[in-house]
Ligand binder design. Sequence first.
Ligand code: NAD
Ligand code: TYD
Length: 361
Amino acid sequence: MMEKLNGLKILITGGAGFIGGAVIRRLLTSGDSFIFNLDKIGYASDINEIHRILNDNELSNRYTFLKVDLKDMKEVENAIKISDPDLIIHLAAESHVDRSIDSPSEFILSNVLGTFNLLEASREHWSKLSKKRKEKFKFLHVSTDEVFGSLDVNKKGFHESYPYDPRSPYSASKASSDHLVRSWFHTYKFPSMITNCSNNFGPKQFPEKLIPLVIQKALKGEDIPLYGDGSNVRDWLFVEDHVDAILLVISKGVIGQSYCVGGFGEKSNIEVVKMICEILENLIPSQKVPYHNLINKVKDRPGHDLRYSIDSSKIQSELGWVPKHSFESALKKTICWYIENVDWCEQILSQSGYELDRKGI
Ligand code: NAD
Ligand code: TYD
């Protein structure tokens, strides 16, 4: 699949973030595409690892960083001009539900207005491409399963024609951006595709999301905040499996289609938190209080979606995607990474000014 991308100019938005960074690192270390990383550099951003890969492998001729805020149309147009892309993978977004509840406006501006600006600048660029390049141009919008809302316990997983029912400012902003992308396809024939993926985890995820937050809290011997009764279910996917899916869709996906990505990792939050405590107990036994005794039920998140679950049969049968990692093995890998990279966490938390002692809303 990577050979289809060789020699192409790929614009990746949000490449300083958790998933975008993993996509860029994969593209730099395999294949020979030219990468343009568009990012505003927000609180969760980190480009040090990309720079390390560039220096170690003398790859700087294949990578350009564009410090651009998608809210600014002029900056976006300029970035499109500089990168002159064959493909666009759009990941830039404000991504944390709790933050969207506290201050929704940045989510509307970055995720909705930002996507609109990118779509318009990309459409202008696409319309002027030569016939040959125009036929090959693709725009992939990376979205979330949260746009489908909250799933009852006994219901089958979300699929591509499942009705949208977003219930948080974050998921509503992502749903809005999905609708924009889809309408640009129908109205302008703009060659776009969408992926809707379940919760990701893995190394280098900003430690405000459940899994890295729990690891940090446990390692520090601090209370682990579990929202409500911990029965909410998420369908966890290792970030490298999501990267496989993204690269597969941008290489082989059908224009105008969406693909649900996830599955196999459904777990309640209490199960996940207990598994983390158990793995940690085996790796570095707790000194005073057993890790699981730190679990502390706190006030629930408002509008907390009960369950997400994905039916990923379309991407599996049509494009041959299969996740390579089991939840257990990937969780262990992730925990080991956080144990070995305590400094990374300290640094990204201090640069962002984020307080890890938040106890729910
Ligand atoms: P992240 O918060 O780690 O990274 C997002 C990046 O986007 C950051 O570097 C940020 O600076 C950048 N960004 C935000 N607003 C911007 C703007 N206005 N202009 C330019 N750059 C901007 O998020 P992530 O977890 O890597 O998620 C990436 C994408 O994948 C998002 O679109 C998210 O909705 C989607 N997604 C995430 C998950 C998950 O579990 N993390 C699951 C499914 C889909
Ligand atoms: P999160 O990682 O924020 O992802 P999302 O809200 O996008 O699913 O949260 C995952 C689940 O964990 C969600 O049900 C909320 C819950 N949660 C806690 O119980 N405690 C926490 O401190 C956090 C951040 C999340």
